[in-house]
Design a protein around this ligand. Structure first.
Ligand code: DSN
Length: 420
């Protein structure tokens, strides 16, 4: 996106200075720093405007044409636009745009496809999965029996033959692919074959890579998977929310699982914002954006490795990478996250495959390029960012040096403005 966006806060400025000041300070933090959290993004003015709009005021339980409240004829237009645009974007037979965020979207999909207590397979959290992919502290591991798969110890990538072998033994009702911390392409066709071989439902949670799938920078599983969930605020660059897409044969079950199974009144202002984002994602500019995210990630990965940092699986195919800071710099993930934050670089500590440390203070950090790419940065800037990262990690215990790096980063970022 080339445009620089205005923030409309004039009413708050005059009537609620505490919230006004906090929002402006947060906008400045976002603009002055290097945002590397791979699940974050910056949204357009259109998305922001729709989110702050009057459909917020409406109750519309039910679906277009079948609501439990009067006065929904305009809301139906909004929700149908979101549905139609999403189906076109991903080639989906059916779409439900009501899930409020990623976890309830996954919950609704499980409710639709499985009985409580059924067995499914998902990726381990420590190797790239998500809490809702069957972790024991989450509903997904409590309400269902989850047998988890992981990555190969040598390559730190998925070994599809091992997944097939496990699936033959476990005979799961459903196999889930799609991850939150896996830097490599996912062979969705292979997952479909594995599911067909063992008679399992084939589901993906593409929250992280949805923008890449929509823009052609990663294989899109929607046309041939049974059910696909995704959040809408990561690489897809929409409002903080989620959607479910599925084959026509699962449409009724999915819709019933979302409402009345799980949620009440849909957030129609957010659904309007999702519709705006889905239109933006259909443009040639968005295709270029998704390709650039990957080019940028590869450029950053190469430079980080040249600077002596070990990356899980030695690189990336998508928008993110995992840096083994413990092995590379003798820093824990928590120490690295903190040092980078002091320097104005934002990331999150993350376990790496076969981590011997804890998730609260793991061996790695997770970084990615969606936000910097939205700001218009290209490969040469990614190399500069990699050098900032390495310098901050090398000076992790030197507060004064980190503050100097922060000042340099503010100057660097001023060349890539986004919100006025
Ligand atoms: N919290 C998200 C992430 O950061 O990957 C996943 O839901």
């Amino acid at each position: 996106m080339d445009a620089k966006y205005e923030m409309h806060l004039s009413y708050l400025k005059d009537h609620d200075s505490a919230i006004f000041n906090a929002i402006v300070a947060e906008k400045e933090r976002q603009m002055d720093g290097i945002e590397l959290i791979p699940s974050e993004n910056l949204v357009s003015q259109g998305v922001l405007e729709a989110m702050g709009s009057v459909p917020n005021n409406k109750y519309s339980e039910g679906y277009p044409g079948k609501r439990y409240y009067g006065g929904n004829e305009i809301i139906d237009i909004i929700e149908n636009l979101a549905i139609d645009r999403l189906k076109k974007l991903f080639g989906a037979e059916h779409a439900n745009v009501q899930p409020n965020s990623g976890s309830p979207a996954n919950m609704a999909a499980y409710f639709a496809l499985m009985e409580l207590g059924d067995t499914f397979m998902g990726m381990k959290l420590t190797e790239g999965g998500h809490l809702t992919h069957g972790h024991k502290v989450n509903f997904s591991g409590k309400l269902y029996k989850c047998k988890q798969y992981g990555v190969d110890k040598e390559t730190e990538m998925i070994d599809y033959d091992t997944v097939l072998k496990q699936a033959k033994e476990i005979k799961p009702k459903l196999i889930l692919s799609g991850y939150t911390a896996y830097p490599r392409s996912i062979d969705f066709k292979r997952f479909r074959e594995i599911c067909d071989e063992v008679g399992a439902f084939c589901m993906a949670d593409i929250a992280h890579i949805a923008g890449l799938c929509a823009g052609g920078a990663h294989e899109n599983p929607v046309p041939y998977f049974d059910v696909v969930t995704t959040t809408t605020h990561k690489t897809l660059r929409g409002p903080r929310s989620a959607v479910i897409m599925c084959k026509g044969e699962f449409a009724e079950k999915i819709d019933k699982a979302v409402f009345p199974g799980l949620q009440g009144g849909p957030h129609e202002h957010t659904i309007a914002a999702k519709a705006v984002a889905f239109k933006e994602a259909q443009t040639p500019e968005f295709r270029d954006y998704s390709a650039q995210i990957v080019k940028n990630a590869k450029a950053m990965a190469e430079e980080l490795m040249a600077l002596g940092l070990r990356l899980v699986s030695n690189g990336t195919d998508n928008h993110l990478m995992l840096v083994d800071v413990f092995k590379s710099k003798n820093l824990t993930g928590k120490e690295a996250e903190h040092a980078l934050e002091v320097a104005g670089i934002y990331c999150n500590k993350n376990t790496i495959p076969f981590d011997e440390r804890t998730p609260w203070d793991p061996s790695g950090i997770r970084i990615g390029t969606p936000v910097l790419t939205t700001r218009g940065m290209k490969e040469s800037e990614m190399k500069e960012v990699a050098r900032f990262i390495a310098k901050a990690l090398d000076n992790a215990k030197d507060e004064a040096k980190l503050r100097q790096i922060k000042a340099d980063i503010k100057e660097f970022c001023s060349g890539f403005p986004f919100y006025k």
